[in-house]
Design a protein around this ligand. Structure first.
Ligand SMILES: Nc1ncnc2c1ncn2[C@@H]1O[C@H](COP(=O)(O)OP(=O)(O)OP(=O)(O)O)[C@@H](O)[C@H]1O
Length: 304
């Protein structure tokens, strides 16, 4: 697999405090990588390091094939845009003027592309309105537009939907999906809003106390936590026999409990079990989600 970012044993100390304790991560090209962790886990620290806002204490990272110690790293950084903490926008300027300013900062030869960028983030009708009078969602989208100036193919967003209302969240979600699917931009999103991430992410990295606990693709997560029917019966040995004869996939949890995967005719199963003197005592759909996976990794307490 090709990666646009990898980190190896990346460490960041603030005095005696270890914010990142040797983090290793892999962001595949083309992915939407959900970087998950509770407050203080070290997400923003990692983002600050890869954006070059701070230097690691030790360890390395590689951006588009160039290690952080390379003199040419700047070339890889040009392929990257980021919104770290709050969007870097001028509140006393219009959306268009903010983008013009960013184009100047990047030394881009013309303002060509600004109208397209404004349209892409849904701010083409904001005219003379200053960013100061934008909603939080509009400011966030303008921040993303500023990060997209220079046409990056890797976008880093630190908690992009924090504080947004439901409409604002949907707009950012649709924008991220569009950037990824139609413009082939790899997106790294840090967040602790798991429900929202699960609608976007193709890959996850779970961080806690400055350590990567697990990296997993959305597909692997889905397979690990498939929907199933959990049955409680009088005897799972009989249930196993019946399910085997039906060619059904299942896993036995105890003498009385089992999970059944895939489509199943409940009537057929019930009738077969009755014939074998096995009674169904309870049955319910069991759905493991990103949230339960996270809790199983990190432990009970969440810090919202
Ligand atoms: N400049 C700094 N000096 C000292 N400690 C810091 C500094 N920056 C961050 N920290 C500490 O490092 C830890 C990780 O912070 P970081 O901002 O990376 O967390 P986070 O996962 O992004 O959390 P949040 O969701 O709250 O932003 C925190 O305990 C924080 O207090």
């Amino acid at each position: 697999m090709e990666y646009c970012l990898t980190t190896r044993a990346l460490k960041k100390q603030y005095g005696h405090f270890t914010a990142l304790g040797g983090l290793t991560m892999h962001v595949p090209k083309g992915s939407i990588y959900g970087f998950v962790g509770k407050n203080g886990a070290g997400k923003t620290t990692l983002i600050r390091l890869i954006c070059g806002l701070q230097e690691p204490t030790s360890g390395t990272y590689t951006l588009y094939g160039r290690e952080n110690t390379s003199r040419e790293l700047i070339k890889s950084r040009r392929r990257m845009g980021a919104v770290v903490e709050t969007p870097s926008i001028y509140l006393d300027m219009t959306a268009e003027d903010n983008l013009k300013e960013q184009y100047r900062i990047l030394g881009l030869p013309s303002f060509k592309g600004i109208a397209d960028l404004l349209r892409l983030v849904g701010l083409e009708h904001t005219g003379k309105k200053k960013a100061r009078n934008f909603s939080l969602g509009m400011r966030q989208r303008l921040g993303i537009a500023v990060a997209l100036a220079g046409d990056p193919d890797f976008l880093v967003l630190d908690e992009p939907v924090n504080g947004l209302d439901p409409q604002g969240i949907i707009e950012i979600r649709e924008l991220i999906l569009k950037l990824n699917r139609e413009h082939q931009i790899t997106v790294l999103i840090s967040s602790h809003i798991l429900d929202e991430l699960s609608r976007l992410a193709t890959h996850y990295g779970f961080i806690d106390n400055g350590q990567m606990l697990k990296e997993i693709s959305a597909e692997e997560l889905e397979n690990a936590f498939r929907k199933c029917i959990r049955l409680e019966v009088t005897d799972t040995r009989i249930l196993s026999r019946v399910l085997d004869s039906m060619g059904q996939e299942y896993s036995v949890l105890s003498d009385t409990e089992a999970d059944i995967y895939g489509q199943i005719s409940i009537t057929e199963l019930t009738m077969a079990l009755v014939q074998e003197n096995c009674i169904i005592k309870a049955m319910h759909e069991h759905d493991e989600s990103l949230e339960s996976y996270y809790v199983s990794l990190v432990g009970g307490e969440r810090d919202e």
